[in-house]
Design a protein around this ligand. Structure first.
Ligand SMILES: Nc1nc2c(ncn2[C@@H]2O[C@H](COP(=O)(O)OP(=O)(O)OP(=O)(O)O)[C@@H](O)[C@H]2O)c(=O)[nH]1
Ligand SMILES: [Mg+2]
Length: 222
């Protein structure tokens, strides 16, 4: 199996069928894998469309779901994205090509310029988080919270993080970078969400800085 597209889902029945259809159009041979913590029909819809679904209920939060979504993928490449129709699935082939070229992690940045679909405060916060990552770790990125990334699976298998607590996407990019893996950004468009956001601003901000700070302890091998 070459590619897995993994999504974590909580009550995304309004978006899930469209997102799966969009993925299939650009990556017909990919495994589509969902870690689902929904009360609604998200899992049934995904299964009826031929996706693999792992049920995680009651919900454990973003981190424990995302950890399973990447670790239990069968593909040699794992691409993550939110199941809310915000991310451009058309870039999936480009992400795969970049991993094939030798990058270990290709991050997509929503905030190269400010997207209309993102409130200014969120845009600013994202740029400050990314700047902190650059100052503390030397990581050249503009977005440490993107939900859309491609990972080489063998790299995921070699890396550990604490999946409990918010803001796991920070560790999922900073730790591989510190460990010497090849990490790059591409810019993408970011669209208006279908359904309601689960983002908890304060908790996410606090945990973002905590994770950025604590990652200094990860031995630098670059
Ligand atoms: N399985 C699982 N999925 C979750 C959980 N919390 C959020 N999700 C999913 O994770 C993805 C990202 O959540 P969003 O609500 O879009 O949060 P966000 O992307 O940080 O914020 P915005 O997109 O800006 O609203 C979505 O597909 C959600 O359905 C959870 O506890 N368990
Ligand atoms: Mg989202």
């Amino acid at each position: 199996m070459k590619l897995t597209v993994s999504m974590i889902t909580m009550n995304e029945e309004g978006a899930v069928a469209k997102v799966i259809g969009d993925i299939r159009r650009v990556a017909p041979d990919a495994e589509i894998f969902l870690v689902d913590s929904s009360k609604d029909r998200t899992a049934e819809i995904a299964e009826s469309l031929g996706c693999r679904v792992l049920k995680q209920f009651p919900p454990k939060g973003y981190g424990p779901a995302m950890d399973k979504a990447v670790r239990l993928a069968n593909g040699e490449i794992v691409i993550t994205l939110d199941c809310d129709d915000t991310y451009p699935v058309e870039v999936i082939p480009q992400l795969v090509a970049l991993i094939d070229e030798g990058w270990d992690l290709v991050n997509t940045s929503r905030v190269e310029s400010r997207p209309k679909a993102m409130p200014f405060a969120n845009f600013l916060a994202n740029r400050v988080f990314a700047l902190t990552a650059r100052l503390l770790h030397g990581l050249k990125t503009t977005d440490v919270h993107s939900g859309m990334r491609a990972y080489r699976k063998s790299m995921i298998d070699a890396i550990e993080w604490d999946e409990k607590g918010p803001a796991l996407p920070v560790d999922m990019i900073v730790i591989p970078f510190r460990r010497g893996y090849k990490v790059m950004d591409i810019a993408i468009d970011y669209r208006e969400r279908v359904g309601t956001s689960t983002l908890q601003r304060w908790d996410s901000t606090k945990w973002t800085f905590r994770r950025l700070w604590n990652a200094r302890k990860v031995k630098k091998t670059r």
